[in-house]
Design a protein around this ligand. Structure first.
Ligand SMILES: [Zn+2]
Length: 248
């Protein structure tokens, strides 16, 4: 539980509680609140322009290294789904899904979606990107990103979308949905250091981007896009000498 308590303030700031009384200044993707202006909206958001290890990035010039396979323990989960005004977010009730990366355990706390994708792979953008936000017992964050192409429907996405309220900030509960179905069988990945892609753009986040995309049907992508109302992807940020490692 220690993990979650430490990670929660950061996560709340990152996922759109800014519009409530809980946290800072409102931000968005359009008009005067667009990403290029985030750092000017509040001193708390200064990393959005001062940071040198910002996300998202275009994944190019990768270096192969023996960093081991990704060990994902995802299964049936219960929780809530909400349109928080920035994204559609799923939060686990009793976090019991986790990843083992380099022998370190990271518990899944929440996941959410961006359309189009935020990261690119060799210049290629995808219709959607899922961000699975994890924390280890020290509260260090790790985001595992999964790209989505248009194609076959995803049954778990269908189940979740059917429960999504039309109203913003109105969470609905769900029980026993299999979230392993959001992950490809082949979990080859890229790894690099980055930041939250939303204010306060905090750095020190480990990013794992899976190489193999999954699919969502056109209707599922349209439902997400309808909930977002507009694109919710921060523009690509400079690598500034960062190295992107490929696990094979
Ligand atoms: Zn995200």
């Amino acid at each position: 539980m220690k993990t979650l308590i430490k990670a929660i303030p950061l996560l709340m700031a990152s996922i759109g509680f800014a519009s409530s009384a809980l946290a800072g200044v409102h931000w968005g993707y359009e008009g005067s609140e667009l990403p290029e202006n985030w750092a000017q909206l509040s001193p708390e958001y200064q990393m959005c322009s001062l940071g040198k290890n910002q996300s998202p990035v275009d994944i190019t010039g990768t270096i192969k290294a023996q960093i081991g396979e990704l060990d994902a323990h995802y299964g049936q989960t219960s929780g809530t789904i909400v349109n928080n005004g920035h994204t559609v977010q799923i939060t686990e009730k009793n976090p019991n899904d986790y990843l083992i990366v380099n022998g370190e355990k990271y518990n899944l706390i929440q996941f959410h979606f961006h359309a189009p994708s935020e990261n690119k792979i060799n210049g290629k953008s995808y219709p959607m990107e899922g961000h699975f936000v994890h924390a280890n017992e020290n509260g260090d964050l790790l985001v595992m990103a999964v790209m989505f192409d248009e194609g076959t429907e995803n049954t778990s996405a269908e189940q979740l979308l059917s429960l999504l309220s039309e109203q913003e900030n109105k969470p609905t509960s769900f029980e026993n949905i299999n979230i392993a179905s959001f992950l490809p069988k082949d979990k080859s990945y890229y790894r690099f250091s980055g930041s939250l892609t939303t204010p306060p753009c905090s750095e020190g986040v480990t990013w794992i981007v899976l190489k193999n995309p999954m699919t969502l049907s056109k209707s599922e992508i349209d439902k997400f896009a309808h909930a977002f109302k507009h694109h919710n992807n921060r523009p690509i940020q400079p690598l500034n000498g960062r190295i992107i490692i490929s696990n094979e």
